[in-house]
Design a protein around this ligand. Structure first.
Ligand SMILES: [Zn+2]
Ligand SMILES: [Zn+2]
Length: 266
């Protein structure tokens, strides 16, 4: 750990660098794992996309620093000065608050993403400046999950470091939120649906975003702006449902002759 008498600028630099490495490693692990799954389940899906994937990884490494630096600084301020409402004692709040805090964090993150994302699609200048990088991935791949222009990365990177000053959360639950964010970001760009069709078309599936939903955003741009939930899209009339390309794909492991049944299910 960093000694307590380290000058604050050096401490900030070190924790920013450490957290950047953690975010980058997390990116490579999650993307690498789901890229392997893609190669098994949809062989050739990313064929001929090396150039695009290289760009996605480069943008993602810049994003790793933009996400890592404020997270590292806030974590250091908590560890050394007790700032923020992060807590490590399971007895500090009732146990029922643990899952509730996760839902609050996911909902706030989803709301900030929906409105900033919609704003970036609502202005040509803003789109070109901040969001066109993400849509250069056509079609997206697992590596697109963090492929953002620095301006867009900043808008996403400040949400949780700010939220820990207003909404208490246990360190382990923060880990759950960050893990969910990483996995959902990757699987929603994967180019195939990992969730069973039964779930995607279930009542719960109507409110949760999976690859079939986000893929449609990448196909049509002006709809499906949410991150985890379809609540804002549904309330604001921007939900256009699922990508026909993804929902018409055969489910992993299903026999080829099930294709006609798939159509009936849609
Ligand atoms: Zn996307
Ligand atoms: Zn977009």
């Amino acid at each position: 750990m960093i000694p307590a008498d380290t000058p604050i600028w050096l401490a900030f630099l070190l924790v920013s660098a450490a957290m950047t490495v953690i975010v980058a490693v997390r990116y490579f692990l999650a993307c690498g794992l789901f890229a392997l799954a893609t190669a098994r389940v949809r062989p050739g899906l990313y064929a001929g996309m090396r150039g695009q994937i290289g760009k996605e990884i480069r943008w993602s490494m810049i994003a790793a620093f933009i996400y890592g630096a404020p997270a590292g600084i806030v974590f250091w301020l908590w560890r050394h000065h007790g700032y923020s409402l992060l807590y490590a004692d399971f007895g500090a709040y009732p146990l029922w608050y643990l899952p509730l805090s996760v839902l609050i964090y996911l909902f706030v993150q989803d709301s900030c993403f929906y409105w900033s994302h919609r704003a970036m699609h609502g202005s040509q200048r803003l789109f070109r400046l901040a969001h066109s990088v993400h849509h250069e991935s056509r079609p997206p791949t697992v590596w697109t999950a963090m492929s953002f222009h620095p301006v867009e990365s900043i808008s996403g990177a400040i949400v949780i470091p700010l939220l820990v000053f207003f909404v208490p959360i246990h360190l382990a639950m923060l880990g759950v939120v960050l893990t969910a964010a990483t996995i959902m970001g990757v699987v929603n760009h994967m180019g195939w649906e990992i969730f069973p069709r039964r779930f995607v078309h279930s009542p719960l599936g109507q409110w949760v975003i999976t690859a079939s939903h986000h893929e449609r955003h990448h196909e049509e741009y002006r709809c499906n702006f949410g991150l985890y939930f379809r609540i804002w899209d549904r309330l604001c009339g921007t939900d256009r449902g699922l990508s026909a390309r993804l929902t018409s794909q055969r489910e992993p492991g299903a026999p080829a002759q099930a294709k006609s049944q798939d159509k009936a299910l849609r």
